[in-house]
Design a protein around this ligand. Structure first.
Ligand code: PAF
Length: 279
């Protein structure tokens, strides 16, 4: 596995591979990797000849009160995980390498998608994500890129970016990996105390109850959302949203619609967790 701190170095390694017809799959990350990331990388390996991953904590997608400085930088452990998951090339630029001048040109996703849910609670988040992902796509030029469904709205923003900018990249959404108790794997789980970790599965329980209600034909979406929020509040969480939405565009569904997704964000102590379930 080769680690490339510069764009020039990465390109020098990838250009001959591309010229020889190798198919390149890309998994962008912010490091602090866990088994969920490894599963994205293994899936990428099943879709291409060469897996490229990036490790870059992207300041542009952190709000002023978010955890940019606190975000764990764990490069040695990340490299071991990537090597084991079959990654051949890691792009790990410094901020000066990726943003040599202030990144004043931004990729602003469609507000109809990006200003809802996560975007409403984290203004500018998806602009930061779309900007760095567009830049990483230009640098790596993969044929396929794999993103986790855990960040459901992010995956949709990236799909829209690729469609509307006609980028020749297949975007693959990968199923969320969960711990045995149902908690979605996330870098932020590392912030939970042992006591909070024991309770963190309640978010999955709230979503599962909402899913069961929808599956049983309940179409009172507002009450289902309210019940899930109340379930979390009663257990000491501070839920930000629980929303039943259409899978196609994350808008509120009509009663007869069937391809739905329930998305939630909630604070447990000071740790913000998100999760979702497709129905
Ligand atoms: O999902 C993430 O880890 C980040 O948002 C991404 C896609 C690597 C962009 O910084």
């Amino acid at each position: 596995m080769q680690i490339h701190p510069t764009i020039v170095g990465l390109r020098a390694a990838l250009d001959p591979l591309r010229a020889s017809g190798a198919r390149i799959a890309f998994v962008p990350t912010m490091g602090n990797l866990h088994e969920g990331h490894a599963s994205l990388m293994r899936q990428a390996g099943s879709l291409a000849d060469v897996v490229v991953s990036s490790v870059f904590v992207n300041r542009l997608q952190f709000g002023p009160n978010e955890d940019f400085d606190r975000y764990p930088r764990t490069m040695d452990a990340d490299c071991a995980r990537m090597r084991e998951a079959g990654v051949a090339h890691v792009f790990a630029p410094s901020e000066a390498e990726l943003y040599p001048q202030p990144q004043t040109l931004r990729v602003v996703p469609d507000p109809a998608l990006a200003d809802l849910l996560e975007g409403a609670f984290r203004p500018g988040f998806f602009t930061g994500v779309a900007t760095v992902v567009a830049k990483l796509f230009n640098i790596v030029q993969p044929q396929v890129a794999v993103f986790g469904k855990k960040d459901y709205q992010q995956l949709m923003v990236i799909r829209q970016l690729v469609q509307q900018m006609a980028l020749p990249i297949d975007i693959v959404g990968s199923e969320t990996l969960r711990a045995d108790d149902g908690l979605a794997l996330s870098s932020r789980n590392g912030y939970l105390s042992a006591q909070e970790r024991g309770r963190a599965l309640e978010l999955h329980h709230a979503l599962s109850a909402a899913r069961d209600a929808l599956r049983s034909g309940d179409r009172d979406f507002a009450r289902i959302e309210h019940d899930a929020m109340a379930f979390l509040e009663a257990r000491g969480w501070s839920p930000q949203y629980v929303a039943v939405r259409r899978q196609a565009d994350l808008q509120s569904p009509a009663a007869h619609e069937s391809s739905l997704v329930i998305l939630a964000a909630a604070l447990l102590g000071s740790t913000r967790l998100i999760d979702n379930l497709e129905v």
